[in-house]
Design a protein around this ligand. Structure first.
Ligand code: TMP
Length: 219
């Protein structure tokens, strides 16, 4: 696909903890690479030296209080560095950036589940990101009970995984509300299906997204 002379595209993957992001993230990356695109894969919080240090502080349960305001500002501090160091320079070079979580997670976890409110998240989003928004978001949705079962089979739960089922239900509702409000960008994928069916749905969404660029390059 001939897209090298133009700005790259920014694709994010979202979902509650236990939605199956890791496996499906790798699959999405392989589909994009098979289409001949140069993909930079990254994650939030993280993706830079500073971002990974902040991730460690945010995720580790270490008996240190982190209030919602501090948590949100740490996430946006990591995001500011990530945009400056990784996301923008690569998009400018024409590379496509595939990011495991971005600001939709802040709306769902902090804005919704921590009850910070979407307005406060939007203020930081506008300040830190300027016009940068994902071009496509793949949202993996699973019922809370299934997500909890999947998280339960992993190691020690982190600070977010350790939250109660009410928090997790609010995260899911937050994501579903975002998808309802922005159905063109946020593509909802039923991740409670078996892996083959989830991946077939992912492939269909990605194929449809890439078709726009085929017609652009033909013009
Ligand atoms: P994960 O990358 O392994 O899914 O873990 C990251 C955790 O951080 C996850 O539980 C969600 C949380 N998180 C937020 O609460 N807000 C955010 O903006 C982001 C990016 C992540």
């Amino acid at each position: 696909m001939n897209v090298t002379n133009r700005r790259g595209r920014f694709i994010t993957m979202e979902g509650s903890d236990g939605a199956g992001k890791s496996t499906n993230f790798e699959y999405a990356q392989s589909l994009l690479e098979q289409a001949g695109l140069e993909i930079v894969q990254t994650r939030e919080p993280g993706g830079t030296g500073l971002g990974e240090k902040l991730r460690e502080a945010l995720l580790r349960r270490q008996g240190v209080a982190i209030g919602t305001a501090a948590e949100t500002l740490m996430i946006f501090a990591a995001r500011a560095q990530h945009i400056e160091e990784v996301i923008e320079p690569n998009l400018a070079k024409g590379k496509w950036v595939l990011c495991d979580r971005f600001t939709d997670a802040t709306y769902a976890y902090q804005g919704y589940a921590r009850a910070l409110g979407a307005e406060r998240v939007a203020v930081l989003e506008n300040w830190v990101q300027g016009p940068l928004r994902p071009d496509l978001t793949l949202l993996l949705d699973v019922p809370v009970a299934l997500a909890a079962k999947r998280v339960g089979t992993r190691g020690t739960p982190d600070r977010f995984e350790h939250e109660d089922s009410q928090f997790k239900a609010a995260v899911r509702s937050g994501y579903l509300e975002l998808a309802r409000r922005d159905p063109d960008r946020i593509q909802l994928i039923d991740a409670s299906q078996d892996l083959a069916a989830v991946q077939a749905d992912l492939a269909q969404v990605i194929r449809k997204f890439l078709m726009q660029f085929d017609s652009e390059t033909e013009c």
